[in-house]
Design a protein around this ligand. Structure first.
Ligand SMILES: *[C@@H]1O[C@H](CO)[C@@H](O)[C@H](O)[C@H]1NC(C)=O
Length: 115
């Protein structure tokens, strides 16, 4: 009896398959409506029909930041606060300029720029 059960368990294991993947996004984009008071995994989406090119564009990373300060560094951050179309995508980037002997002191990255 135990041997049959063991054989069945072995068979079940050998025919089982595992499938895993990230869940699909609910939408292609969710342009942040920064005026909304609703908080849903980031900013609420604005009506997609009102999305404009500027919602997906940022210009300015080609310009050096002014690192003439106590730390000797300047951070130019680009996140959902600057590109509304990054909302809910978990993407951001930054340009850091350093003066000679400048440093980027220990810091944290808040989960959401709203906080
Ligand atoms: C950089 O910042 C310093 C200190 O605030 C200021 O004196 C200087 O004019 C700034 N330089 C530029 C190019 O903005």
């Amino acid at each position: 009896m135990a041997a049959k059960f063991f054989l069945l368990a072995l068979l079940a294991l050998s025919f089982s398959r595992a499938r895993a993947s990230d869940p699909s996004q609910l939408q292609d984009f969710c342009v942040a409506d920064r005026t909304s008071q609703v908080f849903v995994n980031g900013f609420a989406c604005k009506d997609p029909k009102t999305a404009v090119v500027e919602d997906f564009h940022f210009s300015g990373l080609h310009m050096a930041g002014n690192a003439s300060n106590k730390q000797g560094s300047a951070v130019t951050a680009v996140n959902v606060a600057h590109i509304a179309g990054l909302n809910t995508l978990g993407i951001s980037l930054a340009r850091v300029d350093y003066a000679q002997y400048g440093q980027n002191p220990p810091h944290i990255h808040p989960v959401h720029p709203r906080f």
